[in-house]
Design a protein around this ligand. Sequence first.
Ligand code: FAD
Length: 246
Amino acid sequence: MTDTPAEDLKPGFRSDVTVELVKHSAADSDVLWAARVSTAGEQSLEELTKDPERSKGLINFLMRDRHGSPFEHNSMTFFISAPIFVFREFMRHRVGWSYNEESGRYRELQPVFYVPDASRKLVQEGRPGKYVFVAGTEAQQELVSRTMEDTYRQAYEAYREMLAAGVAREVARAVLPVGLFSSMYATCNARSLMHFLGLRTQHELAKVPSFPQREIEMVGEKMEEEWAGLMPLTHAAFNANGRVAP
Ligand SMILES: Cc1cc2nc3c(=O)[nH]c(=O)nc-3n(C[C@H](O)[C@H](O)[C@H](O)COP(=O)(O)OP(=O)(O)OC[C@H]3O[C@@H](n4cnc5c(N)ncnc54)[C@H](O)[C@@H]3O)c2cc1C
């Protein structure tokens, strides 16, 4: 059955993304506990707080020598709202991630679309694999905002027209562009998040530089901030060892 579309839905435009940590069970002690189980057995829980320097050193050793599995015994669930083109990149990360995304079949998609603001560098210079982004001119910025907004308005109007005529949501959505915002729950652990961050952020400490699209990097930066608050020793060791996931 197709819902009658709500009246007067005006497109909204955003240049940012939403990342909220909705649930977590994640601490540096989870890493220590998992690592010490192999040597200290059942007494390991009591050992955790005894010697902070030793704990820091152990996490650093695990990171440096890429003993990755102790970094998996934790969980973080994020609510993320970002354009569909970001989600297409995001969901390529298959290992250690669980996803649930809003449905375009079961609900009417809301008209929120991505339009970059002035901080987004618009022009790519150099050859593939060796290029940089530089700021656009005012004329380019105006062109991007105007054409994106016009196109989004037109596309959403077409979507609504089809819904109003009784066409199913799953059919009508085909006209909507990848700049449309979607939302999802994404659950990961510190190891899978580090792998994601190594690929989807640019950072001066990265031993292996990556060149992610800015918009997925914006999501990554917000996730990293939340994670760093939960697992500061693990985060510091990740940075100290070149931001390579163990
Ligand atoms: C800057 C950038 C540009 C990109 N450009 C493109 C592009 O143009 N086109 C495109 O299609 N993709 C592109 N990607 C996506 C990229 O190829 C990966 O799919 C994505 O980064 C996820 O990485 P991953 O496979 O390591 O992660 P995950 O899927 O989370 O896998 C984690 C790790 O598990 C192991 N693993 C997972 N699956 C397998 C498997 N089947 N076999 C063996 N080992 C496995 C690997 O060690 C892998 O690194 C790009 C990514 C980046 C960061």
